[in-house]
Ligand binder design. Structure first.
Ligand SMILES: NC(=O)c1ccc[n+]([C@@H]2O[C@H](COP(=O)([O-])OP(=O)(O)OC[C@H]3O[C@@H](n4cnc5c(N)ncnc54)[C@H](OP(=O)(O)O)[C@@H]3O)[C@@H](O)[C@H]2O)c1
Length: 305
């Protein structure tokens, strides 16, 4: 899973010049629910930040932390040694890379750390595009939602060339509690797809059993207590059960992104000639629920369970 191969001397920060000076300048694209607290943690850790967000008002709070707010992705990467993307999905990330004012035209030598959940095909496609522009691509999606993003407790599922690992240690250290290096770029995204397939199945099971308990005439809260005190309930399921029963659907992980991730997992399995029957079965109802609750937390699927 991890490699002990030392970084090449050609790839040390010094060898990479100003772009990766001792404290590299970081360009950060996508200051949404996850990106904002992640960028804040980088600023607090002393990194010089250049941020961009499509809706610039969502990035301005970072200026108070000393970040430069750029008007375009291309402007954001000027003078940066490391770029982090935390946009919604593959198409949004590709547009920021290759679209008008995209960052790829301006940044040979950059280390691009792609941390959003974009799926295996998009990750591979972005890696190829990066390579064509002399950019080193690191695929490093995260496990953990808004709370862990705020407290710097994300789990980083990193994959990419060994030579940049040392450079990224302080960066990932500011964002997460642990980094797992999984292999060549793309393996992080594969692991993320597997974990989120597990996550959506678990949330569906939680919603279903609470609804089932209610229909049996039981108090669903008593089931949450049973889950809490037995090995059957995972901490995540118990937490989501609590928000379901409270009807508190303030988004930690938006239902629209959970649907995206379930679709990405199903597509990846299909591409391998196999199926994810559980995940496939929940998708039609989740898509329907998302028509009204796209920006609510994924626990809103309890409403239709
Ligand atoms: N929330 C979680 O618990 C969680 C956990 C792990 C991973 N993730 C993944 O992390 C990524 C970000 O999630 P999030 O929760 O931060 O989502 P979010 O709050 O919806 O933020 C999405 C970000 O993408 C930008 N964006 C969306 N469509 C765009 C487009 N067409 N062009 C340019 N920018 C666009 C948004 O800009 P605007 O502000 O202009 O809309 C915003 O910066 C997603 O891939 C998600 O699946 C989320």
């Amino acid at each position: 899973m991890t490699s002990t191969q030392p970084p090449s001397p050609h790839d040390t920060p010094a060898a990479l010049g100003d772009r990766t000076a001792k404290t590299p300048v970081i360009a950060f694209l996508g200051t949404g629910r996850m990106g904002s607290p992640m960028a804040e943690n980088l600023a607090r850790s002393g990194f010089q930040l250049r941020v961009w967000n499509r809706t610039s008002s969502r990035a301005t709070a970072l200026a108070e932390q000393g970040a430069f707010v750029a008007h375009t992705p291309a402007e954001a990467v000027q003078g940066a040694g490391i770029l982090i993307t935390m946009l919604a999905d593959g198409p949004a990330t590709e547009r920021a890379a290759n679209g008008p004012d995209g960052f790829l035209a301006r940044c040979p030598g950059l280390i691009w750390v792609q941390m959003a959940t974009v799926g295996a095909r998009w990750s591979a496609r972005l890696a190829v595009t990066a390579g064509r522009h002399g950019v080193t691509f690191v695929d490093a999606p995260v496990s953990g939602s808004q709370g862990p993003a705020r407290t710097g407790q994300l789990l980083i599922l990193a994959s990419g060339p060994d030579r940049v690992r040392d450079i990224l240690v302080p960066v990932f250290g500011a964002l997460g509690r642990a980094t797992v290096w999984l292999g060549p770029a793309g393996d992080g995204t594969k692991a993320k797809l597997v974990l989120n397939s597990w996550l959506v199945d678990l949330v569906e099971a939680t919603a279903e059993v609470l609804s089932f308990a209610g229909r049996l005439g039981l108090d669903p809260a008593s089931i949450v207590e049973l889950l809490r005190v037995t090995p059957l309930g995972s901490p995540y399921a118990v937490q989501k059960a609590g928000t379901m029963l409270a009807g508190d659907f303030a988004p930690a992980f938006a239902l629209k992104h959970a649907v995206k991730d379930a679709e990405l997992a199903v597509q990846a399995a299909y591409g391998l000639g196999t199926h994810l029957p559980l995940t496939e079965a929940l998708l039609p109802r989740w898509r329907h629920t998302a028509l009204e609750h796209a920006d609510d937390d994924l626990s809103a699927v309890y409403i239709t369970a």
